[in-house]
Design a binder for this molecule. Structure first.
Ligand SMILES: NC(=O)c1ccc[n+]([C@@H]2O[C@H](COP(=O)([O-])OP(=O)(O)OC[C@H]3O[C@@H](n4cnc5c(N)ncnc54)[C@H](OP(=O)(O)O)[C@@H]3O)[C@@H](O)[C@H]2O)c1
Length: 294
């Protein structure tokens, strides 16, 4: 059998951890490695025969060891925004090229575009440019918007029933578990997608009006949705200690949503999974039961 080595970064994060879990159902453990900032947090993978090496995108020299022998590297995008994020992603791409990887995969976002209203989508577009410029074949997994992000926006509304958010647009909220399964399927079937994938989304695009209705049906309690002004929402966030820059970035989600940037529903994720993706309603019901909110 041809020798392959798939390296996954961010494997101690929510998405990367699940990607490795799903990958281990398809690929022998000795063909999987993780590059993580804190190897102690990846001990459970090491115990299962996965190669665990320390690597951070802020230490480009150290990536040579972390990515050594890689045939594919999955770069999980970092939890930063703007130039800092793109700089770190470039360091990871350079590290994968230097290691001789023959394909680089990257967790991008649906709607990645230089003109996006949402800063991370502009960062993803810049990273995709860097991937193109690398000269190495790449696959950019254009992940749908995390359903967990919708839960974060709902926040205390899950208890109060009052959803007060800026005007929005439909978003095809998608579960981490499905995106992880899809990433593992693409890694295990090298070259199945080349360049940016179609948007990897769940089967429905919902507004917060729709989510209020779904929550009402799920709980039998009444959920109402009312509209905050963008300025009012910004002030409220800043009043709760959110830095102004972060507040503006969060408002970008709503501006991009209103512009329809996250409205696409695409069948590619379902095809990769061989089943319908998890719905926002399912994620919401899980969250409500964790909160004891039924
Ligand atoms: N599609 C969407 O809707 C959406 C929404 C939010 C975010 N995202 C993007 O998707 C990514 C993965 O999501 P997630 O839920 O798994 O987030 P997460 O749990 O915050 O995981 C982020 C991962 O990136 C790693 N990381 C951060 N800085 C790094 C660096 N300098 N070098 C190497 N690794 C670094 C973290 O390492 P540690 O474990 O050591 O902290 C962590 O494992 C996020 O980071 C973000 O870029 C997408």
């Amino acid at each position: 059998m041809e020798h392959t080595m798939i390296i996954v970064t961010g494997a101690t994060g929510q998405l990367g951890r699940q990607v490795v879990e799903r990958l281990l159902t398809r690929v022998p453990a000795d063909r999987v490695g993780v590059s993580v900032r804190d190897p102690e947090k990846a001990k459970a993978f090491a115990d299962r025969g996965v190669r665990v090496r320390q690597g951070s995108f802020t230490d480009p020299a150290g990536l040579a060891h972390a990515f050594e022998g890689a045939t594919q590297v999955l770069i999980v995008s970092v939890d930063k925004m703007g130039e800092e994020a793109v700089r770190q992603h470039r360091a990871a791409i350079d590290g994968a090229v230097a290691a001789g990887a023959r394909r680089i995969l990257y967790t991008s976002h649906m709607g990645a575009a230089a003109s996006s209203h949402f800063e991370p989508c502009r960062d993803h577009a810049a990273t995709e440019e860097a991937l193109r410029a690398s000269g190495v074949p790449f696959t950019s997994l254009r992940n749908g918007f995390y359903a967990t992000s919708a839960m974060q926006f709902l926040g205390g509304a899950l208890q109060s029933g009052q959803i007060v958010l800026p005007a929005d647009g439909p978003v095809s909220w998608t579960a981490h578990a499905d995106l992880a399964e899809a990433a593992a399927a693409v890694l295990a079937d090298e070259g199945r997608f080349d360049g940016p994938t179609p948007p990897l989304t769940a089967g429905q695009a919902l507004t917060f009006d729709d989510i209020a209705r779904v929550a009402t049906e799920a709980t039998g309690r009444t959920f109402t949705r009312s509209t905050a002004t963008d300025d009012g929402f910004r002030q409220q966030l800043v009043g709760h200690g959110v830095p102004a820059e972060t507040a503006n970035q969060l408002l970008g989600v709503f501006a991009a949503g209103r512009a329809g940037e996250f409205a696409t529903v695409d069948p590619t994720l379902a095809a990769l999974l061989g089943r319908e993706p998890i719905t926002l309603g399912t994620v919401l019901r899980e969250q409500l039961s964790e909160n004891g909110g039924r």
